[in-house]
Write a protein that binds this ligand. Structure first.
Ligand code: PLP
Length: 390
């Protein structure tokens, strides 16, 4: 009997080492990794620059404390702000923590204006994490069931529906923020339209609300730009990061801009581990490699190729509802639950995922090559066809 708490339905495999987009299990079998540990391994496995940067940092100092200055954190905040258009960064260790910081910030912002019960508009099918506040913000009953009472102060609307938000704006004076993923990940790879994003930015400006973009999955160059909101040319007031930021070393960030900047002072928020020297080195190296290796352009190009090849191979096939995504964040929606494809792909040496029951989700490392894209499609299409025929 395992002593590890049973919080995951784990696949019957464990890995020992990897290289690039390939990873090898403890029995010596090799897999093509089209999931990156859920959008985490930005640089693939064992990227030589990341390996040596982490080793060198470990040889200097791993952790000090936020009681002291941390030069890597200063550098990383500079680099993130330069690329995101934001002004300030709070560092933490995960996506839910980054979102907790954003939620606390929005409430703090509301209280400063005398709003007694600040409310945040959130989306159907959203995923923001599994802490009490973030699971309350999440739009999935399965994540919430059994953990009531939920945290109050969230109001839910359909995704990509500006009219629903405008209607709330007319009669609710307690709203302080709107929180959303520009591309919903766990919810099934749903993309917010450009018009919706621009209209929402304008509405938030008119109402004095904070626009909070949860970029935990779609950020860090995965969609071909540094951040998902940059495709619409909008600037959020708060943006959160984690997953791909440290390429496998845990680090999260909550970035603020404009009216959301400068709100927190000493004592308002904190983290023991957040932004420690090791994690910051991993994130700084990830950013350098994304730029030096041209990984943003690669994500755009290889992502488009993957969608095109799947469209060619699966078009007209009964059971395939839609192939969608942006860059290397790709969903193939089927007309039926298809979780069993994950195990079948694993047996065939492919790491993929299924989310929202019916959506095959692909999140390869940003280093994924065109040949690996072709290989992924060639090897997975027969599995999808057999599944749909069976
Ligand atoms: C994964 C995810 C989270 C939660 O991140 P954790 O690091 O697991 O806490 C939050 N928001 C989005 C959009 C995510 O994809």
């Amino acid at each position: 009997m395992s002593h590890v708490m049973n919080t995951y339905a784990r696949l019957p495999v464990a890995f020992s080492h990897g290289q690039g987009s390939r990873i090898t299990d403890t029995e010596g079998k090799e897999y093509l990794d089209a999931l990156s540990g859920i959008a985490v391994s930005t640089l693939g496995h064992a990227h030589p620059k990341l390996v040596s940067a982490i080793a060198a940092q470990a040889g200097r100092v791993l952790h000090t404390s936020n009681l002291y200055g941390i030069s890597g954190q200063e550098q990383l905040a500079d680099k993130l702000c330069e690329r995101s258009g934001m002004q300030e960064v709070f560092f933490c260790n995960s996506g839910c923590e980054a979102n907790e910081a954003a939620i606390k910030l929005a409430r703090f912002y509301g209280h400063k204006q005398g709003i007694e019960s600040p409310t945040i508009i959130v989306m159907e099918k959203a995923f923001h994490g599994r802490t009490m506040a973030t699971l309350s913000a999440t739009g999935n009953r399965k994540t919430q069931a059994g953990f009531e009472p939920l945290v109050h102060g969230f109001l839910r609307v359909p995704y990509d529906d500006l009219d629903a938000i405008k209607e709330i704006a007319e009669h609710n004076n307690s709203i302080v923020a709107v929180m959303l993923e520009i591309i919903q990940g766990e919810g099934g790879i749903h993309l917010a339209s450009i018009e919706f994003q621009k209209g929402l930015r304008q509405l938030c400006d008119e109402k004095g609300w904070l626009l909070i973009c949860d970029e935990v999955q779609c950020g860090m160059a995965r969609t071909g730009k540094w951040f998902g909101y940059q495709h619409a040319g909008i600037q959020p007031d708060v943006a959160t990061l984690a997953k791909g930021l440290g390429s496998g070393v845990p680090i999260g960030a909550c970035m603020t801009n404009g009216k959301a900047a400068g709100l927190f002072g000493p004592g308002n928020h904190g983290s023991t581990f957040g932004g420690n020297p090791l994690a910051c080195t991993a994130a700084l190296t990830t950013i350098d490699c994304i730029e030096q290796d041209g990984l943003m352009a690669n994500a755009e190009k290889v992502g488009a190729l993957i969608r095109k090849l799947y469209a060619e191979a699966l078009s007209g096939l009964k059971g395939v509802v839609e192939i969608r995504g942006h860059g290397l964040m790709i969903g193939i929606e089927l007309d039926r639950p298809c979780g069993e494809l994950v195990g079948q792909a694993l047996a065939a040496g492919l790491l993929i995922n299924v989310t929202a029951d019916k959506v095959i989700r692909l999140l390869p490392p940003l280093t994924f090559s065109e040949n690996e894209a072709k290989e992924l499609v060639d090897r997975s299409v027969p599995l999808i066809k057999a599944f749909l025929a069976g």
